[in-house]
Design a binder for this molecule. Structure first.
Ligand SMILES: Cc1cc2nc3c(=O)[nH]c(=O)nc-3n(C[C@H](O)[C@H](O)[C@H](O)COP(=O)(O)OP(=O)(O)OC[C@H]3O[C@@H](n4cnc5c(N)ncnc54)[C@H](O)[C@@H]3O)c2cc1C
Length: 481
């Protein structure tokens, strides 16, 4: 019997689990995928939005502005990178300037600090290399960049260290509400019984809600495609550079990443379905054109990879938070489209409060430790630090991923730290092995050998990212049996 079962291990479910782990409650997180951050939380723009584009008075506006302010503390405690580089919304004509003024007014109403409307010259001082057609911009100094999957992994690891249980490859298919509890069941008749359910199932949150009798909203997918650029491109862009928004959201942006790359994206393909993360040539072409409209000097023709994420767009037009009106044992964290990453710390705080108001007794744990210990990556170490690390553990001397300078020691630690069965992408997200120019062309087989040796997964069963994504089908040489 659990006090709380959280369905979904994206950034929202994991942030809620982390927040709950400060109290004496028994919590399980159930995740359909093989790892945390398998949905929108692994493929988004990684921006901690300032909060000027949400309609004033909405839940979105409230948790975005509050969440942004909480990010410094969360990132410090969890050793997650955060760079407060500020964001610009470019205007190319008078109609765009009207949009910029509207965003400014929204931001003032939402309580966003430090907003300014800039002239062309002031905009160029913040970000050189903008197109000649830029006439001005909105400047938001609290806009920041982070790493969304590292935030998710960090929340999960810290929650786990503080007693939260995680179960992977568990897809909630049937939910029965009893008089004093809820039973959550998968298709293998495995049942978790809990006093409360938190619905953090991303694009599938409407289905979970319906299983518990609440059909007050639906969710549609809105795909966003990206092109990730070579490190050389990051020399051209120092800020998050948006364009004035369109009807489908914040529009295409150009931004550096916290790891030293740059990207352009996302597109907005409405009603794209909930699972299709393919990237189209037309999407890539549209991104290049949109990127060049803002910053013509950026080498958009030097991509490393492309990817797509799916926004969970709710029929309500706003995040759905708090206790369900229909089922008192259901606490919603649903319809978390953008800016869900920015809002995650505040959504976690509000969800825990909703559980308290629903009757969950929350007694603080004396031994709660909010700090996630993370070792410095080898690529960031000084020569002296590297020598000391190799002297302590010779596996630091073996570089597995040459593009990103990732050592065997770091990969083995990541495999050992993974809460579910390790996968190739899971190692990539934890260490950056395979994230460089060759995209794992050289290191993938070596990482697989390490997963087999240290993660207890037979070579033939190792997957790229869970499910059916097996990487090899069998052995070709008999003597290796
Ligand atoms: C293109 C794009 C760009 C974005 N850019 C930004 C940005 O720059 N800044 C920002 O703040 N936000 C951004 N967002 C929004 C942000 O990514 C999301 O709001 C956030 O990741 C949502 O997290 P989540 O945990 O709700 O959902 P997810 O990360 O999708 O996690 C939901 C999880 O639930 C699991 N699940 C589903 N059904 C079941 C089931 N039946 N049983 C068990 N598990 C289940 C899924 O496997 C998944 O792992 C963007 C989103 C997209 C798609």
């Amino acid at each position: 019997m659990y006090d709380v079962v959280v369905i979904g291990a994206g950034v929202i479910g994991c942030a809620i689990a982390r927040r709950l782990s400060a109290y004496k409650v028994r919590v399980a997180v159930l995740e359909a995928g093989a790892d945390v951050a398998m949905g929108a939380s692994r493929a988004n723009s990684a921006i901690v939005h300032a909060g000027y584009d949400c309609e004033p008075g909405t839940a979105m506006a409230r948790v975005n502005v509050a969440g942004n302010a909480m990010f410094d503390e969360w990132c410090r405690e969890l050793s997650v990178p955060l760079k407060r580089i500020g964001s610009l919304v470019l205007a190319f004509d008078e109609a765009d300037m009207a949009q910029v003024r509207k965003l400014y007014d929204n931001g003032m109403k939402n309580g966003v600090p430090g907003l300014e409307i800039l002239t062309r010259e002031q905009t160029l001082e913040k970000q050189p290399g903008l197109a000649d057609s830029v006439v001005g911009a909105l400047w938001a100094p609290t806009g920041a960049i982070t790493c969304p999957y590292e935030m998710t992994i960090a929340c999960a690891e810290n929650a786990h260290d503080n007693g939260v249980e995680f179960y992977f490859d568990f897809s909630a298919e049937k939910i029965t509400t009893l008089r004093d509890a809820v039973e959550v069941e998968n298709d293998k008749n495995c049942i978790f019984r809990s006093r409360y359910v938190v619905n953090a199932a991303g694009v599938h949150a409407d289905e979970i809600s319906r299983l518990m009798g609440d059909d007050s909203f639906t969710i549609k997918g809105r795909k966003g495609e990206y092109v990730l650029l070579d490190r050389a491109a990051s020399a051209f862009v120092q800020r998050v550079v948006f364009q004035a928004p369109g009807p489908l959201g914040k529009g295409v942006l150009v931004s550096p990443t916290v790891d030293g790359n740059a990207f352009v994206g996302p597109t907005a393909v409405d009603d794209s379905g909930k699972e299709d993360t393919s990237v189209s040539q037309s999407g890539i072409d549209a991104l290049r054109a949109a990127g060049a409209k803002s910053m013509p000097g950026v080498p958009f023709g030097r991509p490393i990879t492309s990817f797509a994420g799916i926004r969970a767009v709710p029929s309500t037009g706003d995040f759905i938070l708090g206790r369900s009106q229909v089922n008192p044992r259901l606490i919603q964290a649903a319809g978390i489209s953008s800016p869900g990453l920015s809002s995650a710390p505040a959504i976690a705080q509000e969800t825990v409060e909703a559980l308290r108001q629903a009757g969950l007794q929350l007694i603080p744990r004396g031994d709660y430790d909010p700090i996630r210990k993370k070792e410095k990556p080898f690529r960031e170490m000084s020569m002296q630090e590297r020598e000391a690390a190799i002297a302590k553990d010779a596996r630091y001397g073996r570089i597995i991923c040459r593009c990103e300078t990732v050592t065997e020691a770091e990969i083995v630690r990541a495999i050992e730290r993974t809460l579910g069965a390790p996968t190739l992408d899971g190692v990539k997200r934890r260490t950056r092995a395979g994230m460089g120019r060759c995209q794992g062309g050289f290191c993938a087989p070596r990482v697989m050998e390490l997963i087999a040796k240290h993660g207890g997964v037979p070579m033939e069963k190792i997957t790229k990212n869970g499910g059916c994504s097996r990487l090899i089908v069998g052995r070709t040489r008999q003597e290796e049996k």
